[in-house]
Ligand binder design. Structure first.
Ligand code: 6GU
Length: 224
């Protein structure tokens, strides 16, 4: 899979992909991530990527031309399954959405800034719009890193058995059960006996019960 990220703040996007699981995925060649500085596509002598809003009002709008120039350059090199605009008024991102995107070959993530991008891009070139939650970030970069991470860890060969995505919270619409490791007792705080019993079937059942109980208590909306 290949993820192309278009941004005016490339420096904000480097480190998430230079650590841990994402780094390993890149090194293994499972995913290719390219970060494109939109300013390199800016028009005029100032390489300007934003301008005043028609009709007035505070805040700048990201211009059509630099964004189209960048997207069309990328499209001249390969075809894209999705051109995604990262924006707080997009569709709320969830695990199902991550699963679906992980099946794509090439995607573009366009990071919004200022008052957003010219509406004509949303009408004519953007194929989906994603928000990572109901709060406002100062730009789409951190959201793009979140979405990329959620996708990358699902790609075949990225996780091993120990970190399998299949036992994650949300993969089956349930929160994960509690986990424990050695020592079996610390300052009188004990690990549940059943986990020490060696009875795999009982342990499986217990984990399912715990997952259900946790979900009912903490996230009843997931069970609706
Ligand atoms: Cl994708 N962008 C911004 N700027 N804020 C957000 C967001 C995206 N998702 C939640 N808040």
């Amino acid at each position: 899979m290949r993820i192309d990220i278009i941004t005016v703040l490339p420096e904000l996007l480097r480190s998430p992909f230079e650590a841990s699981i994402c780094k390993r995925a890149v090194e293994k060649g499972v995913v290719e991530i390219e970060i494109h500085n939109l300013r390199n596509y800016g028009s005029g002598k100032n390489k300007q990527v934003d301008d005043y809003a028609f009709g007035g009002g505070a805040g700048m709008v990201m211009r059509v031309e630099p964004i189209m120039a960048c997207i069309e350059k990328l499209q001249s090199e390969r075809s894209y399954d999705a051109i995604i605009y990262m924006t707080p008024d997009g569709k709320r991102f969830d695990q199902k959405h991550a699963n679906r995107l992980s099946l794509f070959e090439n995607i573009i993530l366009l990071c919004g800034h200022y008052k957003g991008i010219d509406q004509r891009l949303r009408d004519h070139i953007i194929t989906e719009e994603i928000s990572i939650g109901d709060y406002v970030l100062s730009g789409g970069e951190l959201a793009a890193a979140v979405v990329s991470d959620a996708i990358i860890r699902l790609l075949p060969g990225v996780l091993n058995d120990e970190t399998s995505a299949l036992t994650d919270s949300f993969q089956d619409d349930l929160l994960a059960p509690p986990v424990y490791t050695r020592p079996a007792e610390f300052r009188g705080w004990k690990v549940p006996d059943i986990l020490l019993s060696g009875d795999e079937k009982k342990i499986d059942n217990w984990r399912t019960e715990q997952a259900l109980e946790r979900t009912e208590r903490l996230r009843p909306d997931l069970l609706e």
